[in-house]
Design a binder for this molecule. Structure first.
Ligand code: PLP
Length: 420
């Protein structure tokens, strides 16, 4: 393929490629049609937790392809049933049921919204500004990110509270004396309204710049939900399956939601979504939430192997060690370059916030760093909301120390060249 733009023009504008298409991937590296090699510290769509072309996933998929590659939900198949049991075994305690008949995170969140509304017989759901739950109609309505998009219609079934963005606290609180005003605002909503079915939050908001809440935040949110008899949903589409050194952020924070939604790393590169939940939320009937290509046996076979790898002894400890190494290198860069205002990291999930010397967020500079890194062969991601000034670093968990050094070398070179 000589000129990819010639072909790209047939694609709708929202999926037209900006960069040359990729022709091969291997571990943490990818190659584009011009032969250029990149270090992929974005895991593509922040989803490839075991990188590109992991041999064990290829083997698992091939084995299933040779048996049967599609089944309807009236029959299902071995990988789907084995995966259901496995997910419940590794899930936070009290989550005893799973729906797997989905192809990704948006459909998983749709499922959670339906269950909340049906069980509580109430429509209103609370979430945070700048949250992101997907791109189906209902998940866009729910997402704080799309608050100003007119084509999605009214969002009157959602109430938004400020997120726990401690670095630029919307309540001007100081971390050392923080009284969790963001939690208090949730309590107040419930004080004034009795039509709330539940709250849906991302334990860590990755898309808006790896916003990590203080540990007590989710504990308090859980307490408020219990006191008011409303449901708590965690969207773990970004946070589950290894990056933070645990399978689930719920385990990291020691808080079990009532409903937990999954996608991305669940199946390491194959379409799959899942919802884990407490027994009482098992309220949807046949025909209310199963998609034709959901629980695809190939994706379920891949997912089983992903979980086998992640739960092998020492694997996640190693993620934590590599994460600490990456964080320390980034903190060194922060010392060296004023433009780095904050480094937020848990395991191999990191946000690097870019700002001016006076602390003002600098989106243009962040974009320039991101674009120049790409030219230099390092793929990162850029946050959208909260000023879009955070570089998101989320490499595959199989990344080596040498590859981290290589990425830091490129980032440092780019920061030197962009020094203001
Ligand atoms: N939830 C979160 C936190 C996400 O980041 C995403 C996708 O980026 C989704 C839900 C939607 O997942 P999908 O694109 O698989 O529908």
């Amino acid at each position: 393929m000589k000129n990819f733009h010639e072909y790209g023009k047939f694609l709708s504008r929202n999926i037209r490629p900006i960069y040359p298409p990729l022709i091969k991937g291997n571990g943490v590296r990818v190659i584009d049609i011009s032969g250029k090699v990149y270090l992929d510290f974005s895991s593509q769509t922040l989803n490839l937790n075991l990188g590109h072309r992991h041999q064990r996933i290829i083997n698992a998929v091939k084995k299933q392809l040779e048996r049967i590659y599609y089944t309807s939900s009236r029959f299902l198949d071995e990988p789907t049933l084995l995966l259901a049991k496995k997910l419940i075994e590794i899930s936070p305690s009290k989550l005893t049921k799973v729906n797997l008949k989905m192809t990704g995170g948006s459909e998983a969140n749709e499922c959670a919204i339906k269950m909340l509304r049906k069980y509580h017989n109430k429509k209103i759901i609370v979430t945070t500004y700048y949250s992101f739950f997907g791109e189906t109609f209902e998940t866009m309505k729910c997402s704080g990110k799309y608050f100003d998009k007119s084509f999605i219609g009214n969002k009157c079934n959602y109430v938004y509270i400020y997120p726990p963005y401690c670095f630029r606290c919307p309540y001007n609180e100081d971390l050392s004396t923080c009284s969790l005003s963001c939690v208090e605002s949730f309590r107040r909503v419930l004080y004034f309204r009795s039509d709330i079915a539940g709250i849906i939050i991302e334990p860590i908001n990755v898309n808006s710049g790896v916003i990590i809440p203080p540990k007590e935040y989710l504990v308090e949110i859980r307490k408020i939900c219990d006191e008011n008899g409303i449901g708590l949903v965690f969207d773990e589409v970004q946070t589950a399956f290894g990056w933070i050194g645990k399978i689930f952020a719920s385990d990291y924070f020691g808080v079990t939601p009532d409903i937990l939604t999954l996608g991305k790393g669940l199946s390491g590169g194959f379409p799959l979504g899942a919802v884990l939940f407490k027994e009482k939320y098992d309220v949807l009937e046949y025909g209310e939430h199963e998609f034709t290509y959901g629980a695809h046996p190939i994706s379920c076979a891949a997912s089983l192997e992903v979980i086998n790898i992640l739960t092998e002894s020492g694997f996640l400890n190693n993620v934590e060690k590599k994460g600490k190494y990456l964080k320390d290198r980034l903190l060194e860069l922060k010392e060296e370059f004023d433009v780095i205002a904050d480094v937020r990291a848990i395991g191999l999930l990191v946000g690097v916030e870019i700002a001016d010397r006076d602390g003002s967020p600098n989106h243009a500079q962040a974009r320039k760093i991101y674009e120049t890194c790409l030219k230099e062969g390092l793929i990162l991601r850029l946050s959208h909301d909260f000023n879009g000034n955070t570089l998101i670093i989320k490499p595959p968990l199989i990344v080596s120390k040498n590859e981290i050094d290589e990425a830091i070398y490129i980032l440092r070179k780019v920061l030197m060249a962009n020094r203001v």
